[in-house]
Design a protein around this ligand. Structure first.
Ligand code: ADP
Length: 374
């Protein structure tokens, strides 16, 4: 239904000429300096048609700059942006026709909802009747049927962002870029809209690039996660893969995986790695072809790795002292200290911990540990 209008054409690119394995967007060695500091350095990124790619990273790591280079709002100092097999380096933003949606609503406050959604279509001189059909389709898509005549100032924050989404999708852009689109909303609304937003983007099938500094938001929305750090791509892949196998201590820490332990490989078999660590001998159920006995690495112990046990002879058990206890609804977050001095944070299912407990025996699930090369 959404793509029923045949009036909107992607202004650049001929996607139908691409072979199935060609990415829709292919960024090659993008470098961008502001003054003498690189905001982006040699960034290579492929984005497949229809996927939701999330650029994640701390403030100042270059996410917005990369988005602006793709949109054509910034010129890279070097490198090539290829769209549907052709360089678009010299194509101005309006001819690229990529949709943009920002945190600030950027709606016209003096116009009603229908006029706001119709804006991009009117700029393309599309006949009035077709615009009306498309506006109605977009309102259905974002769940605001009947809101045509409402003024923007009569809408809640969530409704405004739905209108902003409808407006950016109305011209059927080949790529939609969303820069912290839910950043101005409160947490509960953000979580609800995030699921809706993903459903809508998938329903439309639009290739989307979503910028955020919030890892839970990124996990919820992304097909492909691109973690950025200091103008470069630190790691990219499926959200589950990056969470389970961060490849650097930066990636682990940024994703909230603060339990990092220095370790030395003792034995390496096909499915089980054994390490000597300040916490004692730890086993990791991971397949690797590169690790050698004696090698120094970091182990990441995910917060969900621990469970409370009574048996002291099982592998991967730790005697710890409780430092902090925090009730989080369905889970309890505990901070514990090992005799080595290392502090670790775990999340336990609620109800597994008795009030007043000071020392604990924890067992770590070998599948919830992973290895980072030192
Ligand atoms: P992010 O979106 O990840 O927060 P940005 O892409 O906005 O990061 O910025 C990356 C770096 O480039 C930062 O150090 C920022 O200060 C710098 N920067 C961004 N835009 C400009 C500009 N117009 N002029 C000078 N420096 C800029």
């Amino acid at each position: 239904m959404v793509n029923s209008t045949d009036v909107m054409q992607a202004p650049v690119g001929r996607a139908e000429q691409r072979t199935p394995n060609t990415p829709l967007l292919d960024l090659r060695s993008i470098t961008k300096y502001y003054h003498s500091t690189p905001a982006l350095y040699n960034v290579d990124l492929c984005i497949n048609k229809g996927s939701i790619v999330c650029l994640l990273g701390p403030s100042g790591c270059g996410k917005t700059t990369l988005l602006r280079v793709i949109a054509g709002l910034e010129q890279a100092d070097s490198g090539t942006t290829i769209f549907a097999g052709q360089s678009i380096n010299h194509i101005p933003p309006h001819q690229r026709g990529f949709g943009l949606m920002f945190q600030e609503y950027a709606l016209f406050p003096h116009r009603n909802v229908a006029e706001n959604i119709a804006f991009g279509l009117r700029m393309r001189h599309i006949p009035r009747e077709q615009i009306d059909v498309r506006v109605a389709e977009m309102l259905t898509l974002v769940g605001l049927t009947g809101y045509e005549q409402r003024r923007v100032y009569e809408l809640s924050g969530g409704e405004r962002q739905r209108v902003a989404l409808a407006r950016s999708l109305a011209p059927n852009p080949p790529v939609l870029m969303l820069d912290e689109p839910l950043g101005a909303l409160d947490r509960a609304l953000r979580e609800r809209l995030l699921d809706e937003l993903r459903d809508i983007l998938k329903q439309v099938g639009v290739t989307s690039i979503y910028v955020t500094h919030d890892q839970t938001e990124a996990f919820a929305i992304a097909d492909q996660l691109v973690l950025m750090h200091a103008g470069q791509i630190e790691q990219q892949g499926l959200p589950t893969t990056i969470y389970r196998h961060p490849q650097s201590t930066f990636a682990a820490r940024f994703l909230g995986l603060a339990n990092l332990v220095p370790a030395q490989a003792v034995s390496v078999t096909d499915q089980l790695l054994t390490f000597e660590t300040p916490l004692g001998i730890l086993q990791v159920a991971e397949h690797t072809t590169t690790l050698q006995p004696g090698q120094q690495v970091w182990l990441v112990i995910r917060p969900e790795a621990a469970s409370i046990v009574a048996d002291t002879t099982a592998p991967n058990t730790l005697h710890v002292d409780m430092v902090e206890y925090s009730f989080r609804g369905s889970r309890t977050r505990i901070s514990v200290r090992h005799t080595s001095g290392q502090t670790l944070v775990f999340e336990l299912p609620d109800g597994t911990l008795l009030a007043g407990t000071t020392d604990l025996l924890l067992q770590l699930d070998a599948t919830a540990l992973s290895v980072i090369p030192a």
